[in-house]
Ligand binder design. Structure first.
Ligand code: NAD
Ligand code: WQD
Length: 350
């Protein structure tokens, strides 16, 4: 077993570890020689993802099917294991649902975090990495976006991210806990084995799962939300980042806090993006290359709340975390397509 840094991180609790991004992080943690404990209520995921993680890594994950809001059960995990760091991904993430069900989002995302932080304090766990989002920048005045840009969320989901960032900043200032806030841009792609990937329930909200279902013939056509944005071709531009690059960023973040323990920044935010924007049309064209056939699309009205363009300035993460996104858009498409064709029904077997 390996230990990260002077702070000696060897056992990591991953909340939401059965989910899309969490499962890829588990693979990287196991590959780095760390022990991995997952707490997930499986509300938006499947335990099969963790079976596949074990298959890829050739190592085991300790899994607890627990809702993070259930303080008594979460406490038993902290009583049973010595946890050195937490990667906190668990949360609800649909922007649209959050507008319809704000209380559900505040209850689930915020209360879960409070329970978790109480455990970190009680059990003297010193390190937490939080899954934040580019959504905390709202509609940025310019691009690329740096960590210093003003923060303003435009929907309840985004506000839970912003509130949690603020809670974590207060906790870092008042306790032994060191915090890293990772602001993800648009994670896409899948592990190159084709064993784990994004498996949305119902109709996908995000572009890539939708495009891949159209490519599979499971849906008619992609509806492009808006063709009149002030962008290269009128369609929305985003910073798509391969989920494996994103997962590797978490290992670098852990390394950084392990090395920094007791000194330096107690709460630092980093953008995890490639620094490049791609339009919806560019993404569809790249996907056509990967799947080898045309994808039908239709340009329709803008989606309410969408912004024209958003991509990261990732310099801070490049420099301070010694991390850089390496995979190209064609690789992201190829890996998505491999996952989709090998698992047309996601993790469901029938
Ligand atoms: P996901 O839904 O696949 O993973 C989240 C996991 O958390 C799921 O497995 C779900 O079952 C679990 N969960 C939710 N509430 C829980 C609770 N109360 N107790 C225990 N488990 C709970 O989503 P993802 O795409 O892997 O996202 C992971 C994190 O990254 C989320 O916090 C999300 O907001 C954030 N994020 C995602 C994106 C993206 O585009 N996917 C972008 C930026 C930030
Ligand atoms: C990307 C582009 C759409 C679907 C969302 C959340 C954000 C973060 C990532 C968690 C946009 C266009 C999409 C479709 C389309 N999640 N599009 N047709 O909106 O950048 O970000 O996911 O934190 O908080 O808001 O991602 O994948 O939904 O859209 O034309 O069917 O694709 O308009 O330009 P978005 P997305």
């Amino acid at each position: 077993m390996r230990i990260l840094g002077r702070g000696r991180i060897k056992t990591v609790l991953v909340t939401g570890g059965a989910g899309y991004i969490g499962s890829h992080i588990c693979v990287e943690l196991l590959d780095a020689g760390l022990e991995v404990i997952v707490v997930d209520n499986l509300s938006n995921s499947s335990q099969e993802a963790l079976n596949r993680v074990e298959k890829i890594a050739g190592k085991t994950v300790l899994f607890y099917q627990i809702d993070l809001q259930d303080k008594a059960r979460v406490k038993t995990v902290f009583e049973t294991h010595t946890i050195d760091a937490v990667i906190h991904l668990a949360g609800l993430k649909s922007v649209g649902d959050s507008g319809r069900l704000p209380l559900k989002y505040y209850q689930n995302n915020i209360y879960s975090t409070l329970v978790l932080l109480e455990m970190l304090e009680q059990f003297s766990v010193k390190n937490i990495v939080f899954s934040s989002s580019a959504t905390v920048y709202g509609d940025p005045a310019t691009v690329p976006v740096t960590e210093q840009f003003p923060l303003r969320a435009t929907n309840p989901y985004g506000r839970t991210k912003l509130m949690i960032e603020e809670i974590l900043r207060d906790v870092a200032n008042s306790s032994h806990i060191q915090v890293v806030l990772l602001r993800y841009f648009n994670p896409i792609g899948a592990h190159e084995s084709g064993l784990i990937g994004e498996a949305p329930n119902g109709s996908p909200n995000n572009l890539l799962p939708y495009v891949s279902q159209v490519a599979m013939g499971q849906r008619d056509k992609v509806l492009i939300f808006g063709g009149d944005y002030p962008t290269i071709d009128g369609t929305g531009v985003r910073d798509y980042i391969h989920v494996v690059d994103l997962a590797k960023g978490h290992i670098r973040a852990l390394q950084k806090i392990a090395e920094n323990e007791g000194k330096g920044e107690r709460c630092q935010a980093y953008n995890l993006g490639t620094g490049h924007g791609h339009s919806v049309i560019e993404v569809i064209n790249a996907f056509e290359e990967a799947c080898g056939h045309k994808i039908t699309y239709k340009i329709v009205d803008r989606r309410s709340g969408d912004i024209a363009e958003c991509y990261a300035n990732p310099n801070l993460a490049n420099q301070k975390l010694n991390w850089r996104a390496e995979k190209t858009l064609p690789e992201m498409m190829k890996d998505t397509w491999r996952w989709q064709t090998k698992n047309p029904k996601g993790y469901k077997s029938d």
